[in-house]
Every structure is written in C-alpha cells, then in structure tokens.
Ligand binder design. Structure first.
Ligand code: PTJ
Length: 256
C-alpha cells in the first residue's frame, strides 16, 4: 500500500486505487482493469462520489429482482474481486446464491487466483468456468461458464461488465443486474437493472436491502413493476450534465 495520509482530501479514492493496484500485483486483477478503474473514477467524480437517488432506486429494484429469482448467480471478475471480496461473499450469503468466476481477459492461473482469494476471505465455495457449458451469442473467454451457475441462472449479477456478455445473457432470456458508473456503456443500456454507482458503495447497500424484502409478496413484485431502467439511466445522465454546470463551481473550490 502507498503512504497516502488519512488527512489527504482524496484519501478514499486514492485508497481504492491502491486496492486495485494490489489486485494486479497479486495476480487477481488484469492490467486492463487499471484502465477500467480509471474510467470508473472519472464517472464517479462526475456523479459526486456518493450514492445518488437514481442508484438507490436501482438498488431497491435489484434487491427485489434478486430476491424473486429462482436461481440467482453472482459473477465475479478481477476488478470486483479485488475491490469488494467481503461484500460479494455477503451478497452470496443473503441470497443463498453461488459466486462464479468469469473473466474477460484470459491469463493463465488468474481464475484460480480469484477463487483462492475469495475462499481466503470466507467464501464457502466458488464456481469456476468450464468447457461443458457455454453461453451462446458470445465468442470471448466469458462464454465458458459453470453448468450449475451462470448457465442455469435466471438472474445474473454482473458488476463492471463488458457489454458483450450482458447482451448474450439477455438474448438467452436471463435478467442481468449490473453496477456500472458509466450510464452510457453498452452494459448499462442492455442490463435489466443498472446501478450507476461505485461497486464499493452499492454492494453493502444491496446486501442491506435484500433481507428487508419477502421472496414472494406483492410489495417486492410492485417494486419491480414500477421500475424503469431507461428512466434511471436518464436521471443519471441528467445528474452528470448538471454536475458539469452547477456542481462545477462547487468543485472548483475542492482539491483534486
Ligand atoms: O477481470 P476481467 O478480465 O473480467 O476484466 C474486468 C474489466 C473490468 C477490466 C473488464 O470487464 C472491462 O474491460 O470492462 P470495461 O469494458 O472497461 O467496463 C468496465 C465498466 O465498469 C466501465 O464502464 C467503468 O466505468 C465501470 N467501472 C469501473 N470501475 C468501477 C466501475 N463501475 C462501478 N464501480 C467501479 N469501481
């Protein structure tokens, strides 16, 4: 870890950078993950580095969708594993859903290292990709899945996704819940529910919300019925464009 003092005004953001760098050094996160993280940082800055009302609305809908799912599965890539291992495990526990390693950038041994990292943090089991079960409509490494995991899932939670697999999963009739700081990404637009927030803030809120909902009642179904992903993405974009105007003056007084 670097020696950023706790008093530094951007301490939290710099600590997250350290975490993702440590992920690369441990062989969990792809080097490309640093670029993805930087893009996320830029959007987080525009969003105000706080969970906004449009994200809360999506978190409630995501909690309802995952609660009503028959076979929810949590897909884990190299960025999320490094940033939020405990929260991923907690989500698996509250949903009674498996974690499954699924990465885009093929690197020897990285999938196994992610699995071991999650087990070390307390996961009871972690599914791995197989060649027995493959997703249709996709050519990348992400097509290799576990027959009892993503292949069988009705709802897949896929934070920090690249657009291709999200599209493939949707074409296969599955619902996708994602967390993506970029409301304009292909994933954000194609997912059933997009939480426009930093995964490190959104995951604990999602874990907190799920136990409050019943797995069958009309209230949970009502939350889903009323939800519009398009409207939520529109609100996120509006918020970002306001931050380019009104919030900019406030930002000018802040340290970079
Ligand atoms: O481990 P692998 O090989 O599966 O690779 C994982 C990454 C993330 C590198 C891979 O999926 C990738 O290249 O993703 P993209 O296409 O760069 O998309 C990542 C999206 O996540 C971008 O829209 C970023 O803005 C967003 N993002 C980055 N960091 C965060 C984030 N969203 C939420 N929380 C973050 N911390």
């Amino acid at each position: 870890m670097s020696d950023v003092p706790k008093t530094h005004p951007r301490y939290l953001s710099l600590t997250l950078r350290d975490t993702i760098v440590a992920g690369v050094q441990q062989g969990i996160t792809s080097i490309h993950g640093l670029i993805a993280h930087g893009r996320g940082e830029a959007f987080d800055y525009l969003i105000g580095e706080a969970t906004q009302p449009f994200a809360i609305e999506a978190i409630h809908a995501a909690a309802a969708m995952l609660r009503l799912a028959e076979h929810p599965v949590i897909s884990v890539n190299g960025n999320v594993a490094a940033l939020a291992p405990e929260a991923l495990i907690e989500l698996g526990q509250v949903l009674n859903a498996p974690l499954e390693v699924n990465i885009f950038h093929t690197e020897t041994g990285r999938e196994q290292k992610i699995r071991e990292y999650l087990l070390k943090h307390g996961a009871s089991d972690v599914l791995m990709p197989t060649t027995e079960a493959q997703l249709s409509f996709i050519d990348s490494n992400r097509k290799f899945v576990h027959p009892e995991g993503i292949f069988k899932a009705d709802v897949v939670f896929v934070p920090l996704e690249d657009g291709d697999r999200c599209e493939a999963l949707r074409k296969m009739g599955k619902d996708v819940v994602t967390v993506d700081l970029n409301p304009m990404s292909r994933t954000a637009k194609q997912a059933s529910i997009t939480i426009v927030d930093n995964v490190v803030r959104a995951l604990p809120l999602l874990c907190e919300k799920i136990p409050e909902l019943s797995s069958s009642d009309a209230t949970t179904q009502g939350i889903l019925k009323r939800y519009s992903n398009e409207a939520v993405l529109h609100e996120a974009l509006q918020h970002i464009s306001r931050s380019g105007n009104g919030n900019q003056r406030k930002r000018e007084a802040e340290p970079r």
